[in-house]
Write a protein that binds this ligand. Structure first.
Ligand code: C5P
Length: 209
């Protein structure tokens, strides 16, 4: 086959991003963090002083988004994740971004995409699907450590509350809610370090190569 697709879904701070990057580098595949596309739309609206819930304006921003110009350093700010989950409930925004994500996945030799709806909506024919979870407490602790390690200060209770609110919005929305595809492999990283999770994922990929 001329392309191989790995779909990785899961909630915020589950470890799916690190896993996706490592798998892409291990198998020589492109990598797209699709969360950055929703974040890019949210950031464009914030910068232009536009509301986050105007469908026509948000759709235009989504259509104008250039996948090649997404800057992780700017877009990974904590508050942008919350704004991204608001623009992500709008179907016209999702349709525009999913088109771009599918075009990315179609480029040989294929790609690892991580997000919320990759295995269910964006790439339902993916060769390998992983659904990565961890308890909200473990995820909040990871976020907290990341922020502290970067020299910032963070409030654990607030991070946990943010994570739970974002989970609820992502799992509860009508269009493309966060849920495992029927044929996804579940990886619970609550008590598993990233190396162990990576080894487990490689076994699943190797079995499909
Ligand atoms: O993964 P990340 O935290 O960067 O995603 C930000 C937000 O973008 C998520 O909370 C979710 O609402 C939205 N998203 C989505 N579908 C994806 C990826 C992200 O709805 N495939």
């Amino acid at each position: 086959p001329d392309k191989f697709t790995i779909a990785i879904d899961g909630p915020a701070a589950s470890g799916k991003g690190t896993l996706a990057r490592r798998l892409a580098s291990q198998y020589g595949l492109h990598h797209l963090d699709t969360g950055l596309t929703y974040r890019g739309v949210a950031k464009a609206l914030i910068d232009a002083d536009e509301p986050l819930d105007d469908v026509a304006i948000a759709e235009r921003a989504a259509r104008a988004l250039d996948l090649g110009a997404l800057d992780r350093a700017v877009l990974s700010a904590h508050g942008i994740g919350e704004a991204a989950s608001k623009v992500a409930v709008m179907t016209p925004v999702r349709t525009a971004l999913v088109d771009k994500q599918r075009a990315f996945a179609a480029t040989p030799p294929g790609a690892v995409l991580d997000g919320r709806d990759i295995g269910t909506v964006v790439c339902p024919e993916a060769d390998v699907k992983l659904y990565v979870i961890a308890s909200p407490e473990v995820r909040a602790t990871r976020r907290w450590r990341e922020i502290e390690a970067g020299g910032g200060t963070a409030d654990y209770a607030r991070i946990l509350a943010d994570i739970e609110r974002r989970d609820a919005r992502d799992m509860g929305r009508e269009d493309s809610p966060l849920r495992p595809a029927n044929d996804a492999h579940l990886l619970d990283t609550s008590e598993m370090d990233i190396e162990t999770a990576f080894q487990a994922a490689c076994k699943l990929v190797d079995a499909r190569l």
